[in-house]
Design a protein around this ligand. Structure first.
Ligand SMILES: *Cc1c(COP(=O)(O)O)cnc(C)c1O
Length: 384
């Protein structure tokens, strides 16, 4: 939705502040010094909307976009995003011919991937741009150093033949959110050793990258040629114990608002919602919020998810249902049907935040924003 779209009559919506995303990317660019910024916009831009966020991130100075899943990267191209895009998750047999034609940069973290990318390049007659993915200790994607030797030789040969351009090489941290954890230094040392292996094999990748948001914010020695922040471009802190968004000069881009669709008086002692897990303590008023787990509100947030109405903070009364949940507004609440309920806002404005929801159910802010479902329309502010 455009920013001037009326919200009258909507059950709920999410305002996405594209200027905040632009400014956050610019801020991360400052913190990154001479390194470039790849804005990570996987998972529908962490729930914020792939294509509008791509534009805002590029306006903030990002030179590359990172999109984990090949299908989502292709969707960005189809939607007209022309900037460089790195994609790193696809299975054997994926349509890499289309990917090469779409000028996507493909990650190769195993011999089969290198072979399939080379075959796709030959089929198109184009040189395929590749970033080698190495596992420096995360124990997830990418090739271990010991298994990389053959891939480096093959990649150098394919590059000499003009089949591949090995533009980059990258890895990912285990514990970037704990900057003093010994794995951080160990992974950087392994990455450095692998870069030397690559040079010895005749490869000279121009874009070496390792730092996610947490490392970008806390660890200048991990910058290399490009940083790869995701969650921080949306104004969320990957290290809430160290500091929230304002501490890092970031601001939250997503604001989720619902409208009360029913407010009714209720006597003391009334059980509320399925299972009557909550019982009213005195005469009160109940407000019905038309969002539920079908919209990505965690059912685990029953009893604990924070919301704000008329400047007052509440938590979900009783269970979160599929499409709705209840607030015990108190007998003196001025709220009426149609009034706004803030679910996710900005720490600096004293509103409940994605981080508050995450803390309430023992998860991370990433999951809270990413899971917000497609039934909640996004309204895009700024970005002109
Ligand atoms: C998701 C992801 C990122 C971004 O991580 P944040 O913690 O959100 O900054 C960077 N690199 C890779 C490989 C990722 O999968």
């Amino acid at each position: 939705m455009p920013s001037d779209a009326p919200t009258d009559g909507l059950s709920a919506w999410a305002d996405i502040d594209l200027d905040a995303i632009r400014d956050n990317v610019a801020r991360l660019g400052e913190l990154a010094g001479d390194a470039d910024v790849m804005a990570v916009i996987k998972g529908d831009a962490y729930g914020h909307g792939l294509v509008p966020v791509a534009g805002a991130a590029l306006a903030g100075g990002a030179t590359y976009l990172g999109i984990a899943q090949l299908g989502e990267a292709m969707a960005a191209r189809v939607a007209g995003v022309t900037a460089p895009i790195l994609t790193w998750l696809f299975p054997p047999g994926a349509d890499l011919v289309s990917a090469v034609r779409a000028d996507l940069t493909l990650s190769a973290g195993a011999p089969w991937a290198l072979a399939e990318i080379a075959a796709a390049a030959r089929a198109t007659g184009q040189t395929a741009r590749v970033h080698l993915k190495v596992d420096t200790g995360l124990g997830r994607g990418g090739a271990w150093r010991d298994d990389l030797a053959g891939m480096l030789v093959d990649a150098a040969r394919l590059e000499a033949e003009g089949v591949l351009d090995v533009e980059g090489i990258f890895s990912h941290f285990v514990y970037a959110d704990a900057p003093d954890h010994p794995t951080v230094r160990a992974q950087q040392e392994t990455f450095g050793a692998i870069l030397e292996d690559a040079e010895r094999a005749g490869l000279h990748p121009r874009i070496r990258h390792l730092a996610n948001s947490a490392a970008t914010l806390t660890n200048p020695s991990a910058r290399f040629d490009m940083v790869r922040p995701g969650v921080s471009i949306y104004g969320l802190s990957p290290v809430p114990d160290i500091g929230g968004p304002p501490h890092f000069g970031l601001r939250e881009a997503m604001r989720v608002v619902a409208r009360l669709i029913n407010v009714k008086d209720c006597p003391a002692g009334q059980g509320v919602s399925y299972g009557h897990q909550y019982t009213t303590k005195g005469d009160t008023r109940l407000g019905l919020v038309p969002l539920g787990y079908a919209d990505g509100i965690p059912r685990h947030a029953s009893g604990v998810g924070p919301m704000q109405v008329h400047g007052r903070r509440y938590t979900v009364a009783g269970r979160v249902c599929m499409d709705q949940m209840v607030l015990d507004l108190g007998a003196d609440s001025p709220a009426v049907a149609g009034d706004e309920v803030v679910l996710i806002g900005r720490e600096a404005d004293g509103e409940p935040t994605a981080q508050d929801w995450a803390a309430a159910i023992d998860t991370i802010n990433y999951e809270i924003v990413t899971r917000l479902g497609p039934r909640v329309p996004r309204r895009y502010l700024g970005g002109q």
